[in-house]
Design a protein around this ligand. Structure first.
Ligand code: GN1
Ligand code: MG
Length: 364
C-alpha cells in the first residue's frame, strides 16, 4: 500500500518523487510455529522521464539493466549500492507508459544523503572517490553493450554549432534585443570558440578512448553514507552511455569546486576552489587510477575547463531558444546559470598552471 508520494531532489530535467510503501511481510517463524505479520516501510524513487530530453527512454532503461546485470556478476566495494529498476507488477518491464508519459521506479538508497555543495575536503575526497568507484566498476563493460541514449551529449563542438544556429535564429526572430549581460556572454563564447574541440580532437587522433561513463556526476548525484560519510552510490543513471571519462572527471570538478553552487545569485562570489579540486581528484584516483592511461592524465585540465564552458554554453543556448530544455523559474534563469558557469571558467583559466600542477602531483 502506498502511504505517501512527495517531490524529491533538484533535477533540471526529470520529475522525481519519493514513494513510501507499506509492505506486509509474512514470515514463517518456525520456532514459534506461527505466521508473524511484520509491517515494513519501503522507499522507492519514482520518476517521469523527460522525453524531450530522452526521446528513447526504453534505451535509458535498457542501460540501467545492463548496469544491474554487470554489478550482479562481481563483488562490490564494501557498502556500495547500484540503484536498480523496479519491474511493474506481474511483468518484467521496468517502465509504464500512460497518456504519453513515461514513468519508472528505482530502488532507494537507504541511510545516505546527497550534498548540494561540498563544504570540506573530506566531502570532496568522498565525492571524487564515488565517481572513481563507479568508473572502476563499469570500466570493463564492453562499449557496444550500452546504448547511446543521448547522441551528441557532451560533444562540445556539437553544442557550439547548436549555439550558433540558435543565436542566428533568435536574431532573426523579432523582437530580439541584446541585454548587456547577454552581450557579455556572447563575447565570452566567441573568445573561446577555438578550443571547443580539444577532447574530440584527441579522441579522433586516438589519444583518448570511449568507455562507459556516468554522464552527470555532479555533486548531488553522489550519495554519501549518513553515518560514515563514505560515498556509497552514484545515482541518476539516465546518462550512462559510452563516452570520454574526461567529461565525468571534468563535470565532477566543475560541480564540486564551485562552493556557491550552480544556482547562486551572487555572481561575484563564484570561484573554482583549488583545494577541493585536489581532494576530488585524489579521491577519484584512489579508486580509478588504474583505469587511466598517461594520455588520460594529459587532458584532465582541459576536461575541467571544457565541461564548465560547455554547460554555460548549453544554458545560454537554451536561454536563446526560450528555455525548452532545462526547467526554469524565471525567463532569465538560464542566462544567469550561464553567467555562473562562465565565471567559473574564468576562475579555472586564471588557475590553469596550479590545476596542471595538482594533476602532475597526483599522476602515478
Ligand atoms: C541536468 O537533470 P539533472 O540536474 O540531473 C543535465 C546535466 C547538467 C545538469 C546541470 C540530461 O542534469 O547535463 O550538467 O543539469 N542533464 C541532462 O545542473 O541534460
Ligand atoms: Mg541527470
Amino acid at each position: 500500500m502506498i502511504t505517501s508520494i512527495t517531490p524529491l531532489g533538484e533535477g533540471n530535467v526529470n520529475e522525481t518523487y519519493q514513494v513510501i510503501c507499506q509492505e506486509n511481510i509474512f514470515q514463517d517463524q518456525i520456532l514459534q510455529k506461527q505466521i508473524l505479520q511484520e509491517q515494513l516501510l519501503r522507499r522507492y524513487v519514482m520518476q517521469r522521464i523527460n522525453t524531450t530530453v530522452f526521446p528513447r527512454p526504453e534505451l535509458v532503461m535498457a542501460n540501467i539493466n545492463v548496469l544491474a546485470n554487470h554489478v550482479a556478476s562481481r563483488p562490490l566495494e564494501r557498502g556500495w549500492v547500484m540503484p536498480t529498476a523496479v519491474p511493474i507488477r506481474n511483468s518484467d518491464q521496468t517502465w509504464l507508459e500512460r497518456e504519453g508519459q513515461f514513468w519508472r521506479m528505482l530502488t532507494f538508497v537507504e541511510n545516505a544523503q546527497t550534498l548540494q555543495t561540498i563544504r570540506s575536503s573530506q566531502e570532496a575526497q568522498q565525492v571524487g572517490r564515488g565517481l572513481g568507484v563507479f568508473h572502476h566498476l563499469v570500466s570493463d563493460i564492453p562499449a557496444d553493450a550500452l546504448a547511446d541514449t543521448l547522441p551528441g551529449f557532451h560533444v562540445t563542438p556539437g553544442y557550439f554549432q547548436s549555439f550558433k544556429d540558435g543565436l542566428a535564429k533568435a536574431v532573426a526572430t523579432p523582437p530580439f534585443s541584446i541585454s548587456p549581460e547577454l552581450e557579455a556572454c556572447l563575447k565570452f563564447v566567441d573568445q573561446r570558440a577555438g578550443r571547443v574541440d580539444v577532447l574530440e580532437a584527441a579522441l579522433a587522433r586516438g589519444e583518448l578512448q570511449t568507455r562507459a561513463i556516468h554522464g552527470d556526476p555532479k555533486v548531488n548525484n553522489v550519495m554519501l553514507c549518513s553515518t560514515s560519510g563514505r560515498a556509497l552510490a552514484m545515482i541518476d543513471l539516465d546518462t550512462v552511455k559510452p563516452g570520454l571519462v574526461h567529461y565525468d572527471i571534468g563535470d565532477c570538478c566543475r560541480s564540486g569546486c564551485n562552493r556557491q553552487g550552480e544556482e547562486t545569485e551572487d555572481l561575484d562570489s563564484v570561484f573554482f576552489d583549488l583545494g577541493l579540486c585536489e581532494a576530488i581528484l585524489d579521491g577519484y584516483l584512489s579508486a580509478a587510477k588504474e583505469t587511466l592511461s598517461s594520455k588520460d592524465f594529459d587532458y584532465i585540465y582541459d576536461a575541467i575547463h571544457l565541461i564548465t564552458f560547455e554547460l554555460g554554453l548549453r544554458f545560454l543556448t537554451d536561454h536563446l531558444a526560450g528555455n525548452i530544455y532545462f526547467k526554469v523559474n524565471r525567463p532569465t534563469h538560464n542566462l544567469h546559470r550561464a553567467r555562473v558557469q562562465f565565471k567559473l571558467v574564468e576562475s579555472i583559466e586564471q588557475q590553469e598552471s596550479s590545476i596542471r600542477t595538482i594533476v602532475e602531483r597526483l599522476r602515478p
